[in-house]
Design a protein around this ligand. Sequence first.
Ligand SMILES: Cc1cc2nc3c(=O)[nH]c(=O)nc-3n(C[C@H](O)[C@H](O)[C@H](O)COP(=O)(O)OP(=O)(O)OC[C@H]3O[C@@H](n4cnc5c(N)ncnc54)[C@H](O)[C@@H]3O)c2cc1C
Length: 586
Amino acid sequence: MIGLNPQPSTPNPKPQTLNPQPSTLNPQPSTLNPKPSTPNPQPQTSYICAMTRTKTDILVLGSGIAGLTFAIKASRLFPDQQILVLTKTVEGESNTRYAQGGVAAVWDLEKDNFEKHIADTLDAGDGLCKADIVRIVVEEGPERVREIIGWGAQFDKEKDSNDYDLAREGGHSEHRILHYKDLTGWEIQRSLMEEANKYPNITIDEHCFALDLITQHHLGRMVIRVTPGIECYGCYALNKQNGDIDTILARVTVLCTGGAGQVYKSTTNPVIATGDGVAMAYRAKGRVEGMEFIQFHPTSLYNPAGDNPSFLVSEAVRGFGGILKTAEGEEFMQHYDPRLSLAPRDIVARAIDSEMKKRGTECMYLDCRHLNKEDFLVHFPTIYEKCKSIGIDPMKDMIPIVPACHYTCGGVLVDEFGHTSIHRLYAAGECTSTGLHGANRLASNSLLEGLVFAHRVAHDLVGKLEGWEFQEGVPDWNVEGTTDPQEMVLITQGLKELRDIMSYYVGIVRSNVRLKRALDRLFLLYQETEELYKTTTISPQLMELRNLITVAYLITRSASHRRESRGLHFTTDYPEQLPFVEYSVL
Ligand SMILES: Cc1cc2nc3c(=O)[nH]c(=O)nc-3n(C[C@H](O)[C@H](O)[C@H](O)COP(=O)(O)OP(=O)(O)OC[C@H]3O[C@@H](n4cnc5c(N)ncnc54)[C@H](O)[C@@H]3O)c2cc1C
C-alpha cells in the first residue's frame, strides 16, 4: 500500500518586506447569470510573479453558501474587523449556484416535525451519522432559512397562498424542501451576494486562488500529522489576473471551498469543484474524514456529445412523478427497492449502474410523458429547456439519464462549531465532514448544513478572535528553481488519466483489486506531478491537478480501509455491513 504524503510549499527563510495595503475592495457583486457560465474561458498558464502581502482579521476561502453566509454573520458580529473573502473565479460561481432541488427544513408543523427529519437523515446516513450533529442541523435549520429569507432569498409559494410550496425528495418522509423553481441555488447565491455587498468590512477578491495554508511548517518547523498545536496563520494565494502571489496573514482562516466532483469523469459539479480546501488542509497535516462516501447523482442528463459539468435532472422530477424506465419503457426499480423511483440516491444510482451494465447500454431513462406540461414547465423550466437543447422533448420523449458524481460527503474533520484539527482554522460547507451525512447525504440537507455551520463558526469566534495575533516572520512563497511550463499536455493528460482511474476503479461499485490498481496508478501520477510542481511556475491548472490527486488518494485510501459495504460505499469483496461502526479518519 502506498503512502502519499503531499507537502505544502517549502518554507523560504528569507525575510520579506511587509506591504500593509489591503487588497482591492470590490464593492460591486458580479452579475449572476442564471445560465451556467464558463469561469475560465482562456486559462492563463504562465505568469510573471511578484510577491505581495496582505493582512486581514478574518480570511474566508470560498464564496458559496457557506463562505458568504459566514462572512455576513462575521461582519455583523465584528463590525470593526476586516473580512477578506477569496474566490478562485467570480463571486457567483460555486456549487451553490447550481443547486436545483432546494433546501430541506421542517416547515409545516402540522404534518412534519424535527424527529421525522432527523429519522430520515439518520436512515440515509446508514449508521454513520453523528446523532448530535444531525439534531443540531435539523433543529437550527429553519431559523437559518428564515434568516436568508430576511436577506431577500425567495422561495416558491403555493398558488394563491402565502404558504411555501414544499417539495418532497427521495428519502424524505414529508414535503419539506423549500425551492425557487429549479434554480434554488442560483437564487440563494444571488441574495447572499447582495447581502454581503451591504457590509463595508467585507472585501471579496475574485480570481484569487488559495494555494496553501500557512502553518509552522512555513516558519521552518517540522510539522507532521501528530504534531500537537498546529496553527494556521493565513494562506498563500495566486492572483490569477496578474500572477502575483500574495502572503495573506489572518487571525483566523475559514475554509469554505466546496466539493471535489471534478475528480470523476462525469460530474454535476462545476469546474471549480476540485477539492482544493480538503487537499490544502491535508497538506497542512489536518484530519480528513469519510472520503470514501462519494454520492453519485442517479440522474444526470446523458448527452453523447459530453458536458462538463453534466447537467442535473433533479431528484424533484422523480418526486413530481417521473418514473425510471429502460429503453423499452419498462420500469425496473421494483427489483431493487419498495420505494421504487423515490428510493434514496445510492440505491437508485446502483440500480441504474447495474441495469446499464446488465444491458450494455450507455444510459437509462426517466419518463415524464404522463405529467402535466404546464406544471412541469412551472417547476422545471431549466430542465425542460436543457432537454430541448439536445433534441429531447420531455413531454414526448423519455429523458436519457446516467449517474454522475454529485456530492463529497466526507471532508475536513470538524466538530459541532466547525473547528478543524488545526488551531485557528475553521471549515464549513461541503469541504467538511461534520457527521451530518454519515455514509450518505439525504437530498437537500447540504445547503442547510452550510447555513447552520457558517452561523456556528461565526458565533464561536466571539471572545476568541481578538486574542489571536498576526504571525510574524512568515516568508514569501518560494519560486526558486521554477520555470514556465513547456508541456501543458503533462497537466491536461494527467487530469484525464486521474479521472479515468477514479471513474473505472473507484466509482459506484468497488473491489479490492480495483482499489489496489487505483492506488498504484495514483502513486505514479502523484510522483510525476510533484516533480512538475517543484520545477514549474505555479498555475491554477497545476494546483488543481495536484489537489485532485490528493483528493483521489484520500477517497481511494479511505475506501480500501472500509471492509464492508455501507451507504455510498459498495464493494463486491465485502457486500455486508459490519456490526460495528468505524469512522475513516486520515
Ligand atoms: C448540480 C447540483 C445540484 C445540487 N442541488 C442541491 C440541492 O438541491 N440541495 C442541496 O442542499 N444541495 C445541493 N447541491 C449541493 C450543494 O449545492 C453544495 O453542497 C453546496 O452549495 C456547497 O456550498 P459550499 O459553500 O460549501 O461550496 P460552494 O458553493 O461550492 O463554494 C465553494 C467556493 O470556494 C471557492 N474555492 C474553491 N477552491 C478555492 C481556492 N483554491 N481558492 C479560492 N477559492 C476557492 C469557489 O470558487 C467557490 O466560491 C447541489 C450541487 C450541485 C453541483
